[in-house]
Design a protein around this ligand. Sequence first.
Ligand SMILES: [Fe+2]
Ligand SMILES: [Fe+2]
Length: 303
Amino acid sequence: MFTLAHLSDPHLGPLPRPKFRELFSKRIMGFTNWTVRRRGRHDMACLAAITKDLLAQHTDHIACTGDLAVIGLDAEFMPARSFMETLGTPEHVSLIPGNHDAYVRSTAQHSQLHWAEWMTGDGERPKDDPFFPYIRRRGPIALVGLSSAVPTGFHSAEGRLGKTQSRALTEILDGLGKEGLFRVVMIHHPPTGTGDVFRRLTDARRIKRALLRSGAELVLHGHNHKHERATLLGRDGPVPIVGVPSASIGPSDRHPGAYNLYNIDGEPGRWSCELVSRGFGFGDREIKERNRCMLVEPAKAAA
Ligand SMILES: [Fe+2]
Ligand SMILES: [Fe+2]
């Protein structure tokens, strides 16, 4: 059995003090929002407790689906690198960026500068090759990392996959399917929508089309800061799409901090995948198992 952990959206604090000139952008809104509303919700002591519990599970691999930063200040990226080092080595942890990691144009590439080791596929990346999609093979699974993180205008937390990534994704999923691997796709924005037009994946149809045409065994996302589950029917059967709450939100919130574990077993055409959610409860500071269910059962996968 292979166990994969998934956490997302830590929105690491404390936020470094912005330079005056850094606030002449969309950041002024994000900074105000963080100071007035969000700073109190993302609690680094809660994140430390969640991380400790996750690391105690000794999983085979960890997937992190972005939003490490808050407003994409220069000074946010190195502390976030320390957070990644706490999670584990690049061999053991895979990362993709979220919209807050590409908050403004001037630092939109900083995640690739500072966190590259956790966002690179197996083998050496040819010099001018795009970072995404990347592929990592670990035991029976293959992780495919996508980026939907693009700088956007005021009031927007939208994401975009783009034609190049979605075309590559179709080919990659086809190839990995032929290799008989359990394909896990990571993307920050939910492919199935957010209910908020300003927070959506604008070209969600592209990833849906790739999943329909080529299939996948699991899609992981963050962004909405809550537990979410949806299913798309892919070429090789149902594709579960699962979102996880922010890892740094405390128990007083309606969507307390959590992470998910996936226990993956079986073989091509007969995969099983069990989902175990661990985290805080509403008003309950104890981190424990909150849900356990089968996402994929061998009989259904084979059907
Ligand atoms: Fe987020
Ligand atoms: Fe996000």
